[in-house]
Ligand binder design. Sequence first.
Ligand SMILES: *[C@@H]1O[C@H](CO)[C@@H](O)[C@H](O)[C@H]1NC(C)=O
Ligand SMILES: *[C@@H]1O[C@H](CO)[C@@H](O)[C@H](O)[C@H]1NC(C)=O
Ligand SMILES: *[C@@H]1O[C@H](CO)[C@@H](O)[C@H](O)[C@H]1NC(C)=O
Ligand SMILES: *[C@@H]1O[C@H](CO)[C@@H](O)[C@H](O)[C@H]1NC(C)=O
Ligand SMILES: *[C@@H]1O[C@H](CO)[C@@H](O)[C@H](O)[C@H]1NC(C)=O
Ligand SMILES: *[C@@H]1O[C@H](CO)[C@@H](O)[C@H](O)[C@H]1NC(C)=O
Ligand SMILES: *[C@@H]1O[C@H](CO)[C@@H](O)[C@H](O)[C@H]1NC(C)=O
Ligand SMILES: *[C@@H]1O[C@H](CO)[C@@H](O)[C@H](O)[C@H]1NC(C)=O
Ligand SMILES: *[C@@H]1O[C@H](CO)[C@@H](O)[C@H](O)[C@H]1NC(C)=O
Ligand SMILES: *[C@@H]1O[C@H](CO)[C@@H](O)[C@H](O)[C@H]1NC(C)=O
Ligand SMILES: *[C@@H]1O[C@H](CO)[C@@H](O)[C@H](O)[C@H]1NC(C)=O
Length: 832
Amino acid sequence: MVSVVVVAVFLLLGALYQSPQTSAFKIFSSEGSLTHQQITEEAFLRKMAQVCLKTATSRGQNVTLLINSKLTASIVERACSNAYSTLLKIPTFTAVIVQATLSNAAVDRKQFSTAHHFDEEDFKNGRDLITQGMTAVKVSVKQGNYLAARTSLGTVCHTLQDFYSHSNWVELGSTDPYSTLIKPELPLSNLAGPNTKTCKSCVGDDCTDNILPEIIQQKLLTSGYFSLITPKKPAGKCSHGGFFDRTSYTEPTGGINKDDIASSHGFLHQRAANMAINATMEMLEDIRLAVGDLAFLRLMGLTQTSVLAIVFDSTGSLSAYIAEAKTMLFSFIDSIIGTSEEPSEYMLVLFSDLDAGSLIKTSNAETFKEQINSLSLLVNSNPGMCLSALLLALTRVPPSSDIFVYTDGPAKDSQLKSSVEAMIQSTKSKVNFLLTNPTLSRASSSKALSQSDIQLYRDLAHISGGQTIEVTLSTVSQAITLIGDEITSGQVTILQVNRNASQTESFSFVLDSTLSNVIVYITGDSPVFTLYSPTGVSQSSSVAAGPLGSILTVNSLMRLKLNSNNLTGEWKITVNSPNSYTLKVIGQSSMNVLVYFVEIFQGGHGDSWGQSYTRPFTGRNATLFVSVTGGDSVTVTDVLLVEASGSAVVNGTIKAVGTTDFLVNIDTIPEWAFVVQLRGLLNKSSTISRFQRQSPIQLKGSKITVVAQSQNVTQPGVPLNISFTVAANATGGNYIIRARTNQGFSVSVSSSLLVAAGGSAQGNITLITPSDTESGTDVTLTIEAEAPGSTDLNYATLRLTVSTASAVFSGHYSLSICLSVFCFFISYVIGL
Ligand SMILES: *[C@@H]1O[C@H](CO)[C@@H](O)[C@H](O)[C@H]1NC(C)=O
Ligand SMILES: *[C@@H]1O[C@H](CO)[C@@H](O)[C@H](O)[C@H]1NC(C)=O
Ligand SMILES: *[C@@H]1O[C@H](CO)[C@@H](O)[C@H](O)[C@H]1NC(C)=O
Ligand SMILES: *[C@@H]1O[C@H](CO)[C@@H](O)[C@H](O)[C@H]1NC(C)=O
Ligand SMILES: *[C@@H]1O[C@H](CO)[C@@H](O)[C@H](O)[C@H]1NC(C)=O
Ligand SMILES: *[C@@H]1O[C@H](CO)[C@@H](O)[C@H](O)[C@H]1NC(C)=O
Ligand SMILES: *[C@@H]1O[C@H](CO)[C@@H](O)[C@H](O)[C@H]1NC(C)=O
Ligand SMILES: *[C@@H]1O[C@H](CO)[C@@H](O)[C@H](O)[C@H]1NC(C)=O
Ligand SMILES: *[C@@H]1O[C@H](CO)[C@@H](O)[C@H](O)[C@H]1NC(C)=O
Ligand SMILES: *[C@@H]1O[C@H](CO)[C@@H](O)[C@H](O)[C@H]1NC(C)=O
Ligand SMILES: *[C@@H]1O[C@H](CO)[C@@H](O)[C@H](O)[C@H]1NC(C)=O
């Protein structure tokens, strides 16, 4: 019955579409078949196992490891840690696979061409997509942008893997992947011509022998046609096949796809999927050879990929400032050199009262230290362009980087606060402030930090999940400990709240058995707290070393590091503070959550979901994609939006889309800023216990929408005009418009746009990519609109690839939809 309902709805909606087309290896799992995610994961695991095994052997180690389907991330991580000494304590291998497969799934969303799925014998365009995508991966790796590289890699994997399901490569008896697909220099030979007949009708449901014998004998390559709408296809051509494919009812009937074991050629699904795994491994090997082993390990999430950026106030009002800064930064850098926490790249952004920042990049720690050493102080007591420089850093470092701002004065450009906040949310980077001598009385200087100046820094740090650390010469070593906490790998957030009020409040949080190095931070002016363990043992803030842990106090920050025994269970903390304070509980764990807002695509544009690059609309519904990485067996029971500075909660409706992935529907995005909190059950060695995690970044909705014209390619040296629309369900007026790219390319846009109350307006941007930009470079363009009086702000983010190649596609488009996602979506909507 259920399937009948699905089919009926499917056909009903299908009739509204242009010509939805084709499926692929499934995105969501079905019994006995391999999905794109499983194929990608297998390939990543086997390739990494091979690389680490080879390295270990070449270093004379005796490691035995069978490269088969029984590999798991932890087995591979162990083999790799034998081979390399600077591996992360907690590798992010599974998170990397999620990042790659998120964009893999998105291929079915927005790319409507036959080329993306190797349908209708569109081999040339399909191959071009693969080779251009591989170039983009290599260029992004070279530029240190690993997240962009993984996104491109996921997209390429999808197309490459579809070849083995949709073409007759497997039927031709091939025993190796078709290497020509990843080698642009090789000719595509033996393609069946446009008029060559390739199939005969199946015998009833039996399609085992439907490819013409002469095609097999001559080893001609072909692939299937598909349409939901029209039965038409060129004479004698094979179809994709399946119930929904109307071309498969036209002579020659039936089809050849191997998407799962129930497909027309389902008896070859396993072979096709295994071939796709081997092909993906072959592509990974090509990338490894091009970028080198170290960069490859970083791409795979086995060693640190984050960039460490220091935003430095090059003017100081006291001469001791520069000496203190150097001592501080040198000790810090020395403490991470050669460790697994050493960043893949360093960046220095200098600012002063007149200069919004100049930027220096290096991957060498010693070079970086030399640059810091050569800094000379401009004694100057004017406030600096701190937030402009921070914005520059946020824009130019890859997403999820660590940024430290070192200053002794207030920000002259505090009007950029909302803009900085938005960039923190869109890049998920963490910002920490190192404030030097902030409490020293400097009444005569306009550079003295007031309480509200410090609050601005605290707010921004808190929103990003970072910390504000006050440094003096006498507390450098304590400060280094605090900075060290911030860059620890495998860090997860358990709880994070901020409060303005001066009342006593209790908070509870659950610690699970995967956690270690749990630290509780309280910042504020003289807060008092008591912590209670699950077994009822307590310790108050006045006890520096007690039964539960030891407290380190650095000015207005208290750090309580829990003793490592008896962590599991529900803890409670009671805080009493005369002023505003923040509370944060973090730990180290192999189990973390990734949270993204996604767009569900319905209507004429597809039926899948992909990451959303804008704030959700306040008052409307939204969908979150939540993935639990590195968990054993987990059940997610609650996904909540929790008010950042209060206790209001919005409860989400959870729908599992895999064993560790979930889509969560939020009925109404609240007016207040929020964090995403996740609670669930963990089944570890058959013991069930509770766990909780929280997004480190504070998020918010907006009543403004910014929608940019769809674009994905830009040519070096050629100005690209992009129009965008700003609409607001709020007050009208002049909206401030800002635009920037992660590459620092020139963007011109008028600085404001008049939007009527409840109306919309169109703006135009011209992006100029320098003519010497390498083809394959990934460009992120952010367009921002801020309401009059800074009451609201939203942004749109576009990802473009710089390409010297002129448009790959020459007509031949048809709407393509992954059936499995489509069915999934329909069943999601009608709640089956
Ligand atoms: C390698 O280790 C295995 C068992 O771990 C052992 O049986 C074998 O003899 C060792 N080989 C060498 C060359 O040491
Ligand atoms: C994939 O590669 C492995 C190892 O080279 C090989 O044993 C296996 O037969 C290949 N599978 C397919 C389907 O080609
Ligand atoms: C707390 O203070 C901040 C500004 O410091 C303000 O934006 C926020 O609304 C206040 N929250 C509450 C719950 O009062
Ligand atoms: C740890 O657990 C043991 C026994 O389960 C208990 O006796 C002890 O008090 C606990 N310690 C703390 C600090 O909770
Ligand atoms: C979300 O809201 C839109 C209208 O704004 C509605 O069409 C859609 O069905 C809603 N989705 C869910 C899952 O409630
Ligand atoms: C959220 O909703 C679920 C299902 O309705 C419910 O079981 C759970 O208790 C709710 N959680 C909270 C914190 O309200
Ligand atoms: C927990 O996991 C074990 C084995 O991994 C399984 O046998 C057991 O049924 C699971 N328990 C629950 C409640 O899911
Ligand atoms: C780029 O965008 C165009 C439409 O703007 C689309 O037809 C094309 O498929 C896209 N190309 C890729 C590689 O996504
Ligand atoms: C792009 O915009 C600029 C300035 O608005 C205009 O001069 C130019 O003609 C536009 N180019 C194209 C190709 O539309
Ligand atoms: C605009 O906001 C009002 C109230 O804030 C709400 O009732 C209305 O539905 C909103 N309009 C849209 C299009 O979201
Ligand atoms: C943007 O361009 C469109 C069409 O080229 C034009 O109608 C519109 O006025 C422009 N908007 C602005 C703010 O210049």
